[in-house]
Design a protein around this ligand. Structure first.
Ligand SMILES: Cc1cc2nc3c(=O)[nH]c(=O)nc-3n(C[C@H](O)[C@H](O)[C@H](O)COP(=O)(O)OP(=O)(O)OC[C@H]3O[C@@H](n4cnc5c(N)ncnc54)[C@H](O)[C@@H]3O)c2cc1C
Length: 305
């Protein structure tokens, strides 16, 4: 297992790592939310471990944020210590295994894998967020899910110990994984078993095409956190919402997207997380009234709700 280990006499300076009152709207795809009481951006294993040990000593709850592209952060902020993974970005290759730290953007990881002559993840091109966030939610697109090529996950528990989980595909289902909605583990690194590619241009083209499709259909035009609701068995949440005539429906600065009824967007950056939550409840109620289907959130609520 490759981990960064510093010289044992090198002390981690927690004063340099811990930051008080960090604005979180920039860490949310929908650009809403309050402040973290305390946040840190660890860049290696030792820093992460030192932070978790500190949180244990101080009795602080831990929250993990990747790209925040599937998270609604409370306007009242996040209590305890928020660990933002964006500096955990290293990768290496062992044969056909592409090993990557959890904070690397998935889209970037796919590019680097292709650079390293490995393919298989291209259909997830353009999917916002980090490798860790995608694993926690078993993100997917175009018929593949991140778990399909996942071989192992290294995660840290709150006592600072690193564990390796060998991945069995059957442990993962639609937006549900052994790592979902856990506040007692942090995904540190993942290994993907990929395929050797000789035609890197072809792989790059495949990836660019799916990303361009997302761009064309306006997914990146407004701040959002992707699909709000899971698709109920055999149904499409977006279609159910559309059939209620809710496209364009607005509460405060939060609006049901005109293009994707299952997306809520932040119009003119005026929305609060409270607006978004209120709109979610309204949509759920309307869909239940019309279709007798109770929609369940795909997004994660983070902080003091
Ligand atoms: C425009 C747009 C399009 C999207 N399209 C898709 C799509 O096609 N398919 C799809 O599945 N999703 C889609 N999404 C949703 C989102 O991009 C994915 O769910 C993404 O994988 C989330 O990654 P993240 O790093 O932003 O996660 P975050 O929002 O930061 O976190 C999500 C959850 O994972 C946890 N988490 C994050 N990192 C770690 C870690 N290292 N260890 C432990 N827990 C962690 C968080 O605590 C939180 O509970 C879309 C979103 C947007 C904005």
């Amino acid at each position: 297992m490759h981990i960064n280990v510093r010289n044992s006499d090198e002390k981690i300076n927690l004063d340099h790592l811990l930051i008080e009152q960090v604005e979180l709207a920039i860490h949310s795809g929908i650009h809403t939310g309050g402040k973290a009481d305390l946040a840190a951006y660890p860049s290696d294993f030792e820093e992460l471990r030192a932070l978790l040990e500190y949180a244990q000593r101080q009795n602080l709850p831990i929250t993990v944020l990747g790209g925040g592209t599937n998270s609604l952060i409370s306007d009242k902020g996040i209590e305890g210590l928020t660990i933002i993974t964006s500096h955990l970005t290293r990768r290496h290759v062992q044969g056909q295994m592409f090993c990557v730290r959890s904070g690397l953007l998935l889209d970037r990881a796919i590019d680097l894998a292709i650079e390293d002559g490995l393919g298989g993840l291209e259909l997830l091109g353009g999917l916002p967020g980090t490798v860790g966030g995608a694993i926690a939610g078993n993100s997917g697109a175009h018929g593949i899910h991140i778990a399909d090529l996942l071989y192992y996950v290294d995660y840290m528990t709150l006592d600072g110990k690193l564990h390796r989980k060998q991945i069995h595909r059957e442990d993962f289902s639609y937006r549900n994984t052994p790592f979902s909605n856990r506040n007692d583990i942090i995904i540190y690194e993942a290994g993907f078993r990929l395929f050797p590619i000789t035609q890197t241009n072809e792989a790059r083209k495949r990836k660019d095409e799916v990303k361009a499709k997302r761009k064309q259909n306006g997914q990146y035009d407004n701040p959002s956190i992707g699909c709000i609701f899971k698709n109920p068995q055999g149904l499409h949440a977006g279609q159910l919402i559309d059939e209620c005539g809710l496209k364009g429906y607005t509460i405060g600065g939060a609006k049901v997207s005109q293009r994707h009824a299952n997306f809520i967007i932040n119009t003119h950056k005026r929305a609060t997380s409270g607006d978004v939550k209120e709109l979610i409840e309204y949509v759920r109620h309307q869909v239940f009234e019309k279709h007798q289907v109770m929609l369940e959130e795909e997004i994660h609520y983070v902080g003091r709700w």
